[in-house]
Design a protein. Structure first.
Length: 89
């Protein structure tokens, strides 16, 4: 009687997977949310920070900036009646 062996192929081991396959479930949420944060920083956060920084300068033309520190805020709170009118309305 003759016996024949049936060849089997081994399944690929799970330890050979790439980085993406191992971390896909953890990375996908960050990939989906990243465009929001990029656009938020560009269109919301950067203008607010830039405006705050610009409030410490007296700008007389497109090229002339003179640092005045808190003088703009002092003038706003003590001399500008339109500011206080707008606050109370």
């Amino acid at each position: 009687m003759q016996t024949t062996a049936i060849g089997t192929t081994a399944a690929p081991s799970k330890g050979v997977r790439g980085w993406w396959e191992r971390n896909e479930r953890a990375v996908i949420p960050y990939v989906m949310v990243a465009p929001f944060f990029v656009l938020f920083i560009i269109f919301m956060l950067w203008p607010v920070i830039n405006s705050f920084q610009l409030s410490f300068y007296e700008v007389s033309s497109a090229t002339s900036k003179n640092f005045v520190g808190l003088e703009n805020y002092r003038r706003l709170l003590t001399q500008d009646t339109r500011f206080w009118t707008s606050i109370w309305n």
